[in-house]
Design a protein around this ligand. Structure first.
Ligand SMILES: [Zn+2]
Length: 141
């Protein structure tokens, strides 16, 4: 990467250095696209809110896990259709089995979406590119 100037002593340093090797001043540089992302973060139009973190060249984030209504309805259906007969036949064991089965759609359908990007290497990975498209565009990836 191209060297930058230390803000304290003006000597050239690596943008990736945590501190200037000559004068010890902390180096607060981060990739300009990450800076721009922090400025625009409240206006990035994903359909669900997300949190993110970054270092100098990498940025990564995720949504909270959130089961959609259809997953909850499906779970309730499983509980009634499978659960009631299972309880009638196996009692308490049947109740545990039905409870465990009804949680599966909520876990699967309500999983958290994740992304990570490396602005230096120009790499991008995500759990769902359609969901993360506004983030990907903002990072020009
Ligand atoms: Zn310095």
């Amino acid at each position: 990467m191209k060297l930058i100037q230390c803000k304290a002593c003006d000597r050239p340093i690596s943008p990736l250095a945590e501190a200037c090797p000559q004068c010890g001043a902390p180096n607060s540089w981060r990739h300009p696209l990450i800076d721009a992302f922090y400025v625009a973060k409240d206006a990035i139009g994903t359909s669900r809110p997300f949190t993110f973190r970054s270092n100098k060249t990498k940025i990564w984030g995720e949504t909270k896990a959130q089961a959609p209504l259809r997953a909850k309805l499906f779970a309730a259906l499983v509980l009634v259709v499978v659960g009631l007969p299972a309880i009638a036949i196996w009692g308490i064991v049947g109740a545990f089995v039905a409870g465990a089965m009804s949680v599966v759609p909520i876990i699967v359908m309500g999983r958290s979406e994740k992304f990570s990007a490396d602005l230096d290497a120009r790499t991008w990975t995500s759990s769902n590119d359609v969901f993360w498209r506004p983030v990907k565009e903002k990072l020009q990836l």
